[in-house]
Design a protein around this ligand. Structure first.
Ligand code: ARG
Length: 578
């Protein structure tokens, strides 16, 4: 249980004790200013009407009734009936000592749920571009946080490896192989390859017809065509894997469950929708009219599951995927991370899928949308010539830029160490800049701010971690072996202690809402509090009493461990020195 859950429980009991109706809301929030304590209970106001009493009188009764002996040392009523909770320093100290004993910082795992996370999911016809950055790294952070809490996470890389565009690509690949090229060379640059195929499709006599033949062959499972397709897919997957590796993302081949995997099930999906009367024929196509999403005139939204001529769509595949995840993988929760432009698609898919029973009522279907990455001009991020930016190139540039930065810092590191640090800082900066923004909004990509050592950035946090480590190096102590009693006499010590204990609250929010930025803000606050603690509360200076020194070392060690753990969940690498 985290602190806010514990307090909430105590206040719920108090509400029952003062005769409030069962299940009355028990709103609790973190205080915004230290003078108001650490938490605030705001449940008295809402009860005034129900209990026909003044909110402040109710607040007084709650304060009487709530059992926080030993946990809080002061409860004060403020304004119309807020209750400010000041936690007892001794209690905080004991909590932290317990946390320090455990390898998991005192965090208990939760009742495990099966959570499917559909993320990254690039289209294999092309190279991964910046549009896939957000889903890949936000998804990976969410996955790691869920696993940290003990959930059974099943990654699903729903790669776009099927569809009519492959006809043109396979025809072109076939010709290259006939001309004695090997697939790896022919496909070394997927963007160029795609462009060449498209030019031939548009201009070359007879090529478009051959491309269409390939589509038919592919759909019919023609062995030679399937082999060609497999070659294409393998090379393209290898390109994605290179990006995953550079990004320090946990996806592997095992996690790939591409669109092609559902191919054999698409006819069944449509049949079942027809049998249940959910899909109907309309101008030769099979469609679902969604009344729930009707426009102002009352015209229902039209959701096509099979085109005139028999072709299936993105939506048909997503319905098949939904059914597979619900009934074969037994998902409790389904998370899908794509950009916000697909929000309507998933809303419609959920409505149709629930009607069809492709997902059980108790299983969640959570589309987690995100905004776009914008250039400094406020427009979608592009190369100078207006093309899409390849992810690999962006990451290489990040490392180059960070190397220049690291080279300019005075330190006793050798070239190999510097190179390693430059990589961790560069990649960390790109990832963190993205992860730290609320995912639902667009954000502006800016090299200078993401690589800054000040502010809410990866370098700042990586640096904060090295600061902690340097204290232990100087003291000649292993930070992992530090065990002492904690005493919280100074304000900065208390603030840091409370923050450390709130780590789990941050993770709980990340897993519930798929919002890694909450963890980023948490780590940034923690690092900032540590810096001011370190300034105000000297540790290794002469004349500091041993007990005080040991207690402060404990706080430093816990800060280091929490930063390390949090950055690990975000997929940001750390170092001992920089
Ligand atoms: N391949 C799609 C794209 O690049 C994303 C797929 C997301 N997942 C899904 N189940 N539709 O936009």
């Amino acid at each position: 249980m985290n602190i806010s859950q514990l307090l909430q429980q105590k206040f719920r009991d108090a509400l029952v004790a003062i005769g409030a109706p069962e299940n009355s809301p028990a709103p609790l929030s973190r205080s915004t200013r230290p003078e108001f304590g650490e938490y605030q209970f705001n449940g008295a106001m809402a009860l005034a009407k129900v209990l026909r009493q003044k909110p402040r009188d109710i607040a007084e009764k709650i304060v009487e009734a709530v059992e926080l002996e030993g946990i809080a040392n002061q409860l004060e009523i403020a304004g119309p009936g807020f209750i400010n909770i000041h936690l007892a320093p001794e209690w905080l100290a004991r909590q932290l000592e317990t946390a320090a004993q455990s390898s998991r910082l005192g965090i208990d795992t939760e009742q495990p749920k099966t959570v499917i996370v559909d993320y990254s999911s690039p289209n294999l016809a092309k190279e991964m571009h910046v549009g896939h950055l957000r889903t890949t790294i936000i998804g990976d952070a969410v996955v790691k946080a869920l696993e940290f809490m003990g959930h059974n996470v099943i990654r699903q890389n729903h790669m776009g490896d099927w569809g009519t565009q492959f006809g043109m690509l396979l025809a072109h690949l076939n010709d290259k192989l006939q001309a004695n090229q090997v697939a790896e060379t022919a496909l070394s640059d997927l963007e160029d390859f795609y462009r060449e195929a498209k030019v031939r499709f548009d201009e070359e006599q007879g090529f478009a017809d051959r491309a269409r033949e390939y589509v038919v062959k592919l759909q019919g499972g023609d062995p030679q065509c399937m082999q060609l397709w497999q070659q294409f897919i393998d090379v393209s997957i290898a390109h994605s894997e290179e990006v995953y590796h550079k990004l320090n993302v946990s996806l592997t081949r095992k996690d790939i469950m591409g669109e092609s995997a559902y191919n054999d099930d698409l006819a069944n999906v449509v049949k079942e929708l027809k049998d249940k009367g959910i899909a109907v024929e309309d101008q030769g196509a099979q469609v679902v009219f969604i009344q729930e999403l009707a426009d102002k005139e009352g015209n229902p939204a039209v959701y096509i599951v099979q085109k005139t001529g028999g072709g299936y769509l993105y939506s048909t595949t997503d319905l098949a995927a939904m059914r597979y995840r619900s009934f074969t993988l037994n998902a409790d929760r389904n998370l899908i991370l794509t950009d916000a432009r697909q929000a309507l698609h998933f809303k419609q898919t959920e409505i149709v899928g629930r009607k069809a029973g492709f997902i059980k009522p108790e299983q969640s279907y959570e589309h987690c949308p995100f905004g776009m990455m914008l250039g400094s001009d406020g427009k979608p991020f592009k190369t100078r010539s207006g093309g899409t930016v390849k992810l690999v190139e962006l990451l290489d540039e990040a490392v180059e830029r960070s190397a220049v930065l690291i080279a300019s810092r005075v330190s006793d590191l050798d070239d190999v160490q510097r190179e390693e640090i430059a990589r961790k800082v560069g990649i960390g900066a790109v990832k963190y800049a993205d992860l730290s923004k609320n995912r639902t909004t667009d954000y502006m990509f800016n090299w200078d701010s993401m690589l800054s050592f000040e502010g809410n950035t990866a370098p700042y946090l990586q640096y904060a971690y090295t600061r902690v480590q340097s204290i232990f190096r100087k003291a000649g102590i292993d930070s992992q072996q530090t065990h002492a009693n904690i005493q919280l006499n100074e304000a900065q010590e208390r603030l840091l202690a409370v923050k450390l204990l709130q780590y789990i609250e941050a993770i709980n929010q990340v897993t519930a809402e798929a919002t890694p930025h909450v963890l980023c803000s948490y780590l940034y606050d923690l690092a900032s509090l540590f810096m001011s603690f370190y300034e105000a509360c000297p540790i290794l200076k002469d004349g500091i009493a041993t007990q005080v020194k040991d207690s402060r070392l404990m706080l430093a060690a816990l800060t280091g461990r929490t930063l390390k753990s949090g950055l690990e969940l975000l997929g940001i690498e750390i170092m001992e020195k920089m």
